[in-house]
Design a protein around this ligand. Structure first.
Ligand SMILES: Cc1cc2nc3c(=O)[nH]c(=O)nc-3n(C[C@H](O)[C@H](O)[C@H](O)COP(=O)(O)O)c2cc1C
Length: 172
C-alpha cells in the first residue's frame, strides 16, 4: 500500500486533544491542502477561517452551544478550528466544502495531527449571535459554513470503526 492509501486507511476521527500547539508550518501545509481541493467549475467560492486561539474557539463554542441548547459545548477542546464556508449562492458549495474538509483531515493526519468534522455550525451560522462571532473572525456575510475541522494532537489514537458491508457493487 503506498503512503497516500495508507494515510487514507489510517485516518480516524479524533475527539480528544492535548494542549500542544500545532506549529505554523504544519498549519500552512494543512491550509494549502484545503485550497488545492477540487471545486465545481473551479469556482473556489470557499472561504477558510483558521481559528488558532483557544479563547476565540471557546467564544464560538459558546455562541453555537447557546444556539443548539448544549451548555458547555466545546468542539472537543481542539487546538485549532478551520471553518469551511462557501458562497451561499453556489449550489455546489457544500460539495466543494466537503472536498476541502477531507483534504484538511487527510493532510492533518499525514502530519501527525488529529481531526474531526464538526457539523454543529451548519444551518445556524446566520443566527445573529453566531454570525456576530463569525463576522468578528472575518467570515464574509456572503458565505455559509458547511463544515468545521477541529484539529490538534490526539490524546489517544481512536479505534478503527468497521466499514459497512454491501456498499460497493462491481459491474464488469
Ligand atoms: C458530514 C460529516 C459530519 C460529521 N459531523 C460530526 C460531528 O458533528 N461530530 C463528531 O464528533 N463527528 C462528526 N463526524 C465524524 C463521523 O462521526 C466519523 O467520520 C464516522 O463516525 C467514522 O469514523 P472515522 O472518521 O473515525 O472513520 C462527521 C463526519 C462527516 C463526514
Amino acid at each position: 500500500m503506498n503512503e497516500v492509501l495508507k494515510n487514507i486507511r489510517t485516518r480516524r476521527s479524533v475527539r480528544g486533544f492535548t494542549e500542544k500547539r500545532i506549529p505554523e508550518e504544519t498549519v500552512q501545509a494543512i491550509v494549502e491542502a484545503a485550497v488545492y481541493a477540487p471545486s465545481a467549475m473551479n469556482r473556489q467560492s470557499w472561504h477558510f477561517t483558521v481559528v488558532h486561539n483557544r479563547e476565540k474557539i471557546e467564544r464560538l463554542a459558546q455562541a453555537i452551544g447557546s444556539q443548539i441548547g448544549r451548555e458547555g459545548y466545546d468542539f472537543y477542546r481542539p487546538d485549532m478550528l478551520i471553518l469551511v464556508a462557501a458562497e451561499r449562492e453556489n449550489q455546489n458549495g457544500q460539495l466543494d466544502s466537503g472536498c476541502a474538509m477531507e483534504n484538511i483531515m487527510l493532510a492533518a493526519h499525514s502530519l501527525g495531527v488529529g481531526s474531526v468534522w464538526v457539523n454543529q455550525a451548519k444551518g445556524i451560522c446566520d443566527e445573529p449571535a453566531v454570525r456576530e462571532v463569525l463576522t468578528e473572525f472575518g467570515l464574509p456575510s456572503t458565505h455559509v459554513i458547511w463544515g468545521i475541522a477541529a484539529l490538534g494532537y490526539a490524546t489517544e489514537q481512536p479505534e478503527e470503526k468497521p466499514r459497512a458491508e454491501g456498499t460497493v457493487n462491481y459491474v464488469e
